[in-house]
Ligand binder design. Structure first.
Ligand SMILES: Nc1ncnc2c1ncn2[C@@H]1O[C@H](COP(=O)(O)OP(=O)(O)OP(=O)(O)O)[C@@H](O)[C@H]1O
Length: 531
C-alpha cells in the first residue's frame, strides 16, 4: 500500500499538470457562475442556479453560523466559501426558520449516526429517511420507484441514503462504502432521475469500470433500474467500438472500461464527442487511478470537458491518494464514508489458516471440500499460471469447477461467468480480475488460496461474499512467506469487528509492498515427476 501511495503522491503532481484542463474549466465555471445570468438554457445550469438560491437562502437563515460549523471540519474543498452572512433583522420568522434548520441538522446527525455515515463538505444535503422521499423531496418519476419495488428494495442502504441526495443536488462526491452495499444504485439512480428524458444530444453520461465483466454487469443493472423508460444505455463492446459512427449514436448512458473508451477517443476517425457528458462516474475509483489504468482514465476525464459536469468517485477502499486527487480535481465535493475506513463488510466471517506450505494449501482445500462444500464459492490465486495449475488439480475431483483470468478470450470469460451464475459450476478459480465489483448474489464463501497482495485487494476479494446484508465467509491461507503481512490483514479484521488473537495484533507493523512472492507450483505430483 505504502508503495502505491508514494507513487500516487508523485501522481498528485502528475495529476495537477494532467488535469490542468480541469483547473481551467473550473475557473471558467466559477467565472460563469459569477457572471452569467440565471437564464442559462442548459439543464444543469438551471439546477445549479436553483441549488445556489437554496444555499443562499439557507445561509441567510443560518444567521450566527460560522465556518467552524462545516460538517466534520474539512477545509480542503474549493468553491465553498459560503460563510453565512449575519443579518440583523431578527424577525420571528427568521428565528423560526433557524429553529427548523437546527431541528433538521439534528435529524440529519441522528440518521447519519444510526447508519454509520460520515460526511465532509459544505451544506451536505440531508440523508434519505426512506425511498419514498425520492418522490416527496425530489419528484422522482413513478416508473423509477416502481422499479425499486420490483427489484425488492425496501429501504435505501446507508450509501444510498447519503449519496443519492448529494448527487441529486448537483454536487460532486467521492464515496467509500463497504462491498456489496449497493453503490451501483447510489450512482445510477440519481443519474436516471436527473437525465429525466432520453435525448439525442450525444453521450450524456459515462460510467467507467475497471473490467469488461464489471462494465457488463453495471449495464445490466442500469437497464433494470431504467426499465419502462426509453433511455439508451450502451455498453462499449468490441463490436460497438469497431462498427459505430459515434456522431450518429444516440446514447444517454455509456458504460465502458477506460481502455476501450481511450481507444475510441484516440481514433480520430471515430469522432466520439464526450464534451457534453453531464455525469461521469468512476466506479472502483482507486483501481482506475492505479498506474496500469491511470493514463487511460485520465484521457477519459479530460475528454469529458463539459464545465458543468458532475463527477463522482465510488469504491469500497479509498486510499489517501485518491482523496487527494478528488480534492485537487473536484469542485465543492462532498466526501462520504460509510463505516470504518479500513474495514471489510461486517457481514463476513473472516478466518486465517496457516497452511505451512504450498502442498499444505492443496490438502487444506481438499479437506475443506470434503468436510463441507458450500457452493457457490470463489477461490483467488495470485497469477494466471497458478489459476490454471489449481484448475488442473481440481478439475478431476468430483466438484464442478471453472477458471477465469485475463488470458481467456472475451467469449470464454463471458461463458465462465454465465456458467457460474447459472450454477453449472460451483467453484470458480479466479485471479484478481474478478476481485472487485462483481456481484454474484449467492457466493457464500471466498477462499484466498494465495494471500492477497495488499489490504485493499483483501477487502474487495472477500467482499464477493456477504453481499446485500447476507452472511458470508472468507478463508485466507497463509504460509511462511506471508507471515510478515499478517498484521495488515489482522487490522482489517479488527476494523470489521472480527475477533483477532492478540499475538496477531502484537506483531510488528510491516510496510506493505505489493506482496506477490514466488511460490512453488500447485501440484500433487511428486517433485521428480514434474521435471
Ligand atoms: N436498497 C437495497 N436493498 C437491498 N438490496 C440492494 C439495495 N441496493 C442494492 N442492493 C443489492 O445489493 C447487491 C450489491 O450491490 P452493488 O453491486 O451495487 O454493491 P457495491 O457496493 O457496488 O459492491 P462492490 O464494492 O463489491 O462493488 C446487489 O445484488 C444489489 O442488487
Amino acid at each position: 500500500m505504502e508503495k502505491d501511495t508514494s507513487f500516487l503522491l508523485t501522481g498528485i503532481k502528475f495529476n495537477k499538470k494532467r488535469f490542468a484542463g480541469d483547473f481551467s474549466r473550473f475557473k471558467k465555471r466559477k467565472q460563469r457562475n459569477d457572471d452569467s445570468p440565471v437564464d442559462d438554457l442548459s439543464y444543469f445550469k438551471r439546477e445549479d442556479t436553483e441549488a445556489e438560491k437554496v444555499v443562499v437562502s439557507v445561509n441567510k437563515k443560518r444567521k450566527r453560523k460560522t465556518k467552524a460549523e462545516r460538517v466534520e471540519g474539512f477545509s480542503v474543498f474549493k468553491g465553498s466559501d459560503s460563510v453565512p452572512v449575519v443579518t440583523d433583522e431578527g424577525s420571528e420568522q427568521e428565528e423560526n426558520n433557524q429553529k427548523e434548520l437546527n431541528r433538521q441538522n439534528e435529524r440529519d446527525l441522528r440518521l447519519r449516526k444510526k447508519y454509520g455515515i460520515h460526511v465532509s463538505g459544505n451544506n451536505v444535503p440531508s440523508p434519505l429517511q426512506s425511498f419514498a422521499e425520492l418522490s416527496t423531496r425530489y419528484g422522482c418519476e413513478s416508473y423509477l420507484l416502481h422499479n425499486l419495488v420490483k427489484l425488492g428494495f425496501k429501504e435505501p442502504t446507508p450509501i444510498q441514503r447519503q449519496a443519492i441526495p448529494v448527487l441529486l443536488s448537483g454536487r460532486e462526491c467521492f464515496a467509500k462504502a463497504p462491498t456489496g452495499s449497493g453503490k451501483t444504485l447510489a450512482f445510477v439512480y440519481p443519474m436516471l432521475m436527473k437525465l429525466k428524458q432520453p435525448s439525442k444530444d450525444g453521450i450524456r453520461t459515462v460510467i467507467l469500470c475497471h473490467t469488461r465483466e464489471l462494465a457488463a454487469q453495471t449495464t445490466r443493472e442500469c437497464k433494470k433500474m431504467a426499465k419502462g423508460s426509453k433511455f439508451r444505455i450502451k455498453l462499449m463492446t468490441k463490436e460497438l467500438l469497431r462498427n459505430t459512427d459515434f456522431t450518429k449514436l444516440p446514447c444517454d448512458i455509456l458504460i465502458s472500461t477506460p481502455r476501450r473508451l481511450q481507444l475510441c477517443i484516440c481514433k480520430k476517425k471515430k469522432k466520439i464527442d464526450l464534451s457534453r457528458v453531464e455525469y461521469l462516474v468512476l466506479d472502483e475509483s482507486d483501481k482506475l487511478f492505479e498506474r496500469s489504468l491511470l493514463e487511460q482514465t485520465d484521457s477519459v476525464v479530460k475528454a469529458c470537458s463539459n464545465p458543468s459536469i458532475i463527477r463522482s468517485l465510488f469504491s469500497a477502499t479509498l486510499p489517501g491518494f485518491v482523496e487527494d486527487v478528488a480534492r485537487t480535481v473536484m469542485h465543492d465535493a462532498v466526501r462520504i464514508i460509510v463505516g470504518d475506513k479500513n474495514a471489510a463488510s461486517e457481514s463476513i466471517k473472516q478466518k486465517l489458516i496457516f497452511a505451512g506450505s504450498e502442498e499444505g494449501k492443496l490438502l487444506a482445500l481438499r479437506q475443506s471440500f470434503a468436510e463441507s462444500l458450500n457452493p457457490p464459492m470463489l477461490i483467488f490465486v495470485q497469477s494466471i499460471e497458478r489459476a490454471e495449475e489449481l484448475y488442473g488439480e481440481l478439475k478431476f475431483d468430483s466438484i464442478r469447477v471453472g477458471v477465469i483470468h485475463s488470458n481467456l478470450s472475451q467469449e470464454q470469460r463471458e461463458s465462465v461467468i454465465d456458467d457460474f451464475r447459472a450454477g453449472k459450476t460451483w467453484v470458480l478459480i479466479a485471479t484478481d480480475v474478478l476481485g472487485r465489483g462483481m456481484d454474484f448474489k449467492g457466493v457464500k464463501c471466498v477462499i484466498n488460496y494465495d494471500f492477497p497482495d495488499c489490504a485493499a485487494s483483501y477487502i474487495h476479494r472477500i467482499g464477493r461474499s456477504g453481499r446485500a446484508g447476507r452472511i458470508g465467509e472468507a478463508i485466507t491461507f497463509y504460509t511462511e512467506h506471508d507471515i510478515p503481512y499478517l498484521r495488515n490483514i489482522a487490522n482489517v479484521m479488527t476494523a470489521s469487528g472480527c475477533e483477532v488473537p492478540s499475538w496477531l495484533t502484537d506483531m510488528p507493523k510491516k510496510k506493505w509492498k505489493k506482496h506477490c512472492p514466488r511460490r512453488e507450483s500447485i501440484s500433487t505430483k511428486p517433485k521428480d515427476e514434474e521435471e
